[in-house]
Design a protein around this ligand. Sequence first.
Ligand SMILES: O=C(CO)COP(=O)(O)O
Length: 252
Amino acid sequence: MRKKIVAGNWKMNLTLAQGEQLVNDIVAAGIQLSEGQEVVIAPPFPYLTKVKQLTKNYPGIFVAAQNCASEKSGAYTGEVAADMLQSIGVDYVILGHSERREYFQESNAQLAKKIDQALAAGIKPIFCCGEPLEVRKAETQNAFVAQQLQESLFHLDAAALKNIVIAYEPIWAIGTGLTASAQQAQDMHAFIRAQIAEKYGREAALGLTILYGGSAKPSNAPELFACPDVDGGLIGGASLVAADFTAIVKSF
Ligand SMILES: O=C(CO)COP(=O)(O)O
């Protein structure tokens, strides 16, 4: 049985006090998680330690960073190494978010290095993939996503792949209010799983957690999560509102 995850990506939002309030409201909601279900909270770097501390007594709640460096250590001013994240108890790291790819020119090759750093540090990558609108319009989204997987993940061996979570985030659906339909999400998730099966075998593919991200909210989460290949969500805007985030978690 593969893990189901609802992850909240706060992006570059909230003060420390607001973040603390949000986490306190989420834990106070008393979410009941079943075996194999996880909640992941991804605050900005300066709040990771605090969020870890606030959630440490809640089994099933984990903490993620939103990025890490592609190098291990050294003269890289402003960067944060995976080993540093590990040393403060971070569990996951979001890598390859479309905003990192677009605004910080992160390439598939650079992301492969970040994936390696995270895995070497014992942190599980949540690897984001997904196509821009023009690719979707041209109906070439499968080839686009397949290339992202090949160039950033397919150098891994089967044992390493077990520590990867994939998040499919169609760029045209992020922060736009446009959600992929449940059918569009299911089709891409099934395609991603088939790509993994082809490379790593059926068992590896069946064990892989694949999240959907892009304007997920309480009203559409139940339908998205009901799709057989959708194993949860990576939530942006709605993760900043405790009531919305907990409602999405409850529709697991
Ligand atoms: O980018 C996302 C999560 O990483 C999705 O953002 P929204 O839920 O705000 O569309």
